[in-house]
Design a protein. Structure first.
Length: 283
């Protein structure tokens, strides 16, 4: 059984969603200890592999594993340690913190491969782009990508809920080149996930967005301008890190549901106190 590139991409997305969902469920297990969770999850993983591997690679897969050499067993030990640490961390820290930390794993793997075995990754691997969303221009964008053979641009389509947050958590920055908005919720969600934002100066963003601190804001509609601003983020990891920390803290301080409700309450009270008595009677 051999997967196509498209099939492999979709399988990777499904695995990511299942892993993230499992993390959320685990975080809500109030009646189980961390090692109980680790045991049962490991047991069912083993049972699943005992079924899936022979179906996928044939019964000879087990003899191939035995002949795999010490590297495969070292890899297995590393996975076991990671698996246990992951489950313990979920019971001690927030799900978001654990999943964000876990998302750095591929980066560390790539760096280790580069430094220890001299394996070079192509630039497109580092700069893979995920285009999330759907709209009137989606088909045109997909055609452009296909015609230019841009292998590292993928379209996740319209996504919601945990799937959306999985994409945001896996990203390094958020591009929002909209021409007209009120106060775009997607930008607030990206900030809450700790993403630097590159955006146009539209709608309510102009009231609070701090250029150079939260990301970059521009009045331009030119693609080359957005490309230049994104390049600054790509080339300066320390700047990305500072913006990420600032945006995450700012979103938690200003955009949670209780804070928004309190702000609306203050506005309504102010309007009531300043309104003419005739207006209040009419209301």
């Amino acid at each position: 059984m051999r997967l196509t590139h498209g099939g492999a991409v979709w399988l990777m997305v499904v695995v990511t969603l299942m892993w993230g969902t499992a993390g959320v469920v685990t975080r809500h297990l109030a009646q189980a200890h961390s090692f109980e969770i680790t045991f049962w999850r490991s047991l069912f993983t083993t049972l699943a592999l005992l079924v899936i591997l022979p179906l996928w690679r044939g019964r000879a897969v087990f003899s191939q594993l035995r002949r795999g050499g010490r590297e495969i067993w070292i890899s297995g030990v590393c996975w076991a340690v990671m698996f246990t640490a992951f489950m313990v961390a979920l019971t001690l820290a927030s799900t978001a913190s654990v999943l964000v930390t876990m998302s750095l794993g591929p980066l560390f793997t790539a760096l280790a491969a580069r430094f220890f075995i001299g394996h070079r990754l192509p630039a497109r691997t580092w700069l893979a782009i995920v285009v999330a969303g759907a709209g009137t221009q989606l088909e045109k964008a997909a055609t452009l990508v296909q015609n230019r053979q841009l292998a590292d641009v993928s379209f996740a389509g319209e996504i919601h809920g945990e799937a959306k947050y999985a994409v945001l958590r896996a990203a390094d920055a958020y591009l929002f080149p909209s021409h007209s908005e009120g106060l775009p919720i997607s930008v607030l969600e990206a900030m809450a996930c700790g993403l630097p934002v590159v955006t146009r100066s539209v709608g309510g963003l102009q009231d609070f967005f701090e250029h150079g601190k939260m990301g970059f804001i521009t009045a331009s509609r030119e693609p080359r301008v957005f490309a230049s601003l994104l390049s600054r983020l790509i080339q300066d990891p320390m700047l990305r890190s500072r913006m990420s920390a600032f945006n995450h803290a700012y979103a938690r301080e200003h955009f949670t549901a209780p804070q928004i409700a309190a702000q609306l309450g203050r506005v309504y009270r102010l309007l009531r106190e300043s309104a003419h008595p005739a207006v209040l009677r009419a209301g």
